[in-house]
Ligand binder design. Sequence first.
Ligand code: ZN
Length: 183
Amino acid sequence: MIKYELMRSRRKTLSLYVRRDGSVEVRAPFLTSIEYINNFVNKKQDWILSTQKRILAMEANRQTIELSSKEEALYKMKAKEYLKQKCQLFSHKMGIQYGTVRINGARTRWGSCNSKGDINFTYRLIFAAEELVDYVVVHELAHIKEMNHSANFWAIVEEAMPDYKVRRKRLKDFQYQLELVKV
Ligand SMILES: [Zn+2]
């Protein structure tokens, strides 16, 4: 039986999380029996074990990069140049016009855009593999046409980048692997 921490609340459904340290958390409604919860956890055993393995591997590969303000400013400049080029390239390919490209230092969002077609990217992208950068660029350009994550949106992404699902997953992993620290 897999060990887990049980958190009861006024929720209506059971759910299962594997935390960053590999421990398991189950969130359950107040009245769900322990037997039912144990059963639920047992059924998810394969998923829990493979997720724990993946998380531990990612933690082992975790990389910390220290940046001074000067270095950060330099990376922001480089990122702007690089991402402007990428936007031009994919805008051509996808037939989607965009506005101004800006660079920020966002930690959890790789990119965002507004209804005028302006796109923001985080300079952190400069540390990612090119195939991942390309995916973020395609994703944001597709948002200019579809400001949501509907089936239409993903169809636009897929047309420009048939293997986008693999890249999306790698980008998620990459997010955990890189830690930038300002010194
Ligand atoms: Zn999006």
